[in-house]
Design a protein around this ligand. Structure first.
Ligand SMILES: O=C(O)[C@H]1O[C@H](OP(=O)(O)OP(=O)(O)OC[C@H]2O[C@@H](n3ccc(=O)[nH]c3=O)[C@H](O)[C@@H]2O)[C@H](O)[C@@H](O)[C@@H]1O
Length: 440
């Protein structure tokens, strides 16, 4: 019997094999859609979990997405950093001094203005330096990333994390017996305190206490040099400001949190034997500076032909600051580190009295804001569009003026850069960094 002619498959068989093909395609599509939905759901649950259980570590971000970003970033980075052997090797390498009796310094806020300059200066003379910074969005984080790139070229690692992350801080102290902490991480800025008050409490009070808690428990305990502020002089009228003057009239929440820091430093010195030195910076300026400060945004606005507000006091007097060039501030910070005595305690137990100091670091020659603008007009070769306005009641003070005789006596602090020379260096940097023409 001839075999059935299979060349002519019946219509039904052809239809069935078509349906089978369609169904398998549909099945693949359905399962990949399901897989995508499950993955998306897990990702959202993870973000939701981290956000609910780990509220933003630094509440100074302006938008919620950056809160989540920062929180997740900090968590992932500290979780990742918390374990990696290669990461620990990098931490040790960065922190190890390369000169006899070199320091091993944890610099908090190392991606910041003063922090990055100090880190470079310490590393260049052979000290070990490890940075810590949360790269928050108080001002343009890309400037902080650019500073980070500069530091990494000098073998300085900046760990991405927050001073409120005690697990991370303890981990760093487990890996490195830091001799010093240069604590510069803070919520800076006088006027922003009225927009985001809790950011100042979170960073300048809670953050500082957290750093001190980890330091007092360390063995050996490090010596600590930290950033206070000329703003603690507040509404004082006796000039020049001196460290023995009373400082109980802070004019801004920022100043109050720095004043609180000085009281907290006294407590941790008294109870745990921590060696603590507070530095009252006076309006620091220079290359790689902070875009939220007047000299910086005046420059930007003048270059862009935008108006600037020049403050005068309520009775129309000049507003002035003891503007201090960054290189002079760095010398002050390094001098304070080099003369800091060891902490006397270990593992949280005090073994004797410890050093407690506070110093003014200023330029000792205040200059009016109007003069600052005139210098910038000359350097930028532009005429500023000035609105002369009464200083808003936003925590600003009419003047600052530093007496630096204590810092001169104890570590040879002597400011050498006047405002014109310092602003010339700033404008030169500004032009090169932002790619604009400049005649300086
Ligand atoms: O000395 C300090 O400890 C402080 O110095 C600066 O605070 P401030 O002196 O107010 O610096 P700017 O915000 O750059 O203001 C400089 C001057 O310009 C004035 N100004 C500011 C803004 C503006 O639009 N117009 C204006 O005339 C201010 O009143 C002030 O007299 C820093 O921002 C603080 O973080 C630091 O702690």
């Amino acid at each position: 019997m001839a075999p059935p002619d299979t060349s002519k498959t019946t219509k039904l068989e052809r239809y069935n094999s078509y349906i089978r093909r369609v169904n398998s395609t549909k099945l693949i599509a359905a399962s990949s859609k399901l897989l995508f939905r499950v993955t998306l759901l897990v990702a959202l649950l993870l973000i939701f979990f981290f956000t609910i259980n780990y509220p933003p570590l630094s509440s100074d971000n302006n938008t919620s997405h950056s809160n989540i970003h920062t929180t997740t970033h900090n968590l992932l980075s500290s979780a990742f950093y918390g374990g990696g052997a290669s990461w620990e090797k990098q931490v040790r390498h960065s922190s190890t001094p390369h000169r006899p009796n070199g320091l091993s310094v944890l610099v908090t806020g190392a991606a910041g203005f003063v922090g990055s300059h100090c880190s470079l200066a310490l590393k260049k003379r052979g000290d070990g330096v490890l940075g810590l910074d949360n790269f928050n969005s108080y001002y343009d984080p890309s400037l902080k990333r650019a500073r980070q790139d500069l530091l990494s070229k000098h073998q300085i690692l900046i760990v991405e994390g927050d001073i409120n992350d005690d697990e991370l801080l303890k981990k760093l102290f487990d890996i490195v017996p830091f001799t010093h902490i240069l604590h510069l991480a803070a919520q800076a800025g006088v006027r922003y305190a009225m927009q985001n008050p809790l950011s100042y409490v979170n960073s300048n009070v809670a953050g500082f206490v957290n750093v001190l808690e980890v330091a007092k428990a360390a063995d050996p305990q490090p010596a600590i040099v930290w950033a206070s502020s000329s703003s603690v002089y507040g509404l004082n009228t006796k000039v020049p400001f001196s460290e023995e003057h009373k400082t109980d009239q802070p004019a801004s929440l920022y100043a109050a949190t720095k004043k609180a820091g000085e009281a907290i430093a006294h407590t941790y010195n008294h109870i745990y034997g921590l060696s603590l030195t507070g530095l009252r910076f006076f309006t620091v300026y220079g290359p790689w500076g902070r875009p939220d400060m007047a000299y910086f945004f005046f420059t930007k606005d003048m270059v862009q032909g935008k108006p600037i507000n020049v403050y005068v006091t309520q009775d129309d007097k000049e507003v002035a600051r003891d503007f201090t060039y960054i290189d002079d501030i760095v010398k002050g910070c390094v001098g304070a580190l080099d003369t800091a005595e060891k902490s006397t305690g270990s593992g949280g137990k005090k073994r004797g009295p410890a050093q407690l100091r506070v110093y003014n670091l200023g330029n000792t020659s205040p200059v009016s804001v109007r003069k600052l603008v005139a210098i910038l007009e000359n350097l930028l070769n532009v005429k500023a569009k000035k609105n002369v306005v009464k200083m808003p009641r936003n925590g600003d003070v009419p003047f600052t003026h530093a007496n630096v005789s204590l810092a001169l006596r104890d570590f040879g602090y002597k400011p050498t850069t006047d405002l014109s020379s310092g602003l010339r260096k700033f404008v030169k940097w500004y032009a090169s960094y932002y790619g604009i023409q400049s005649r300086v």
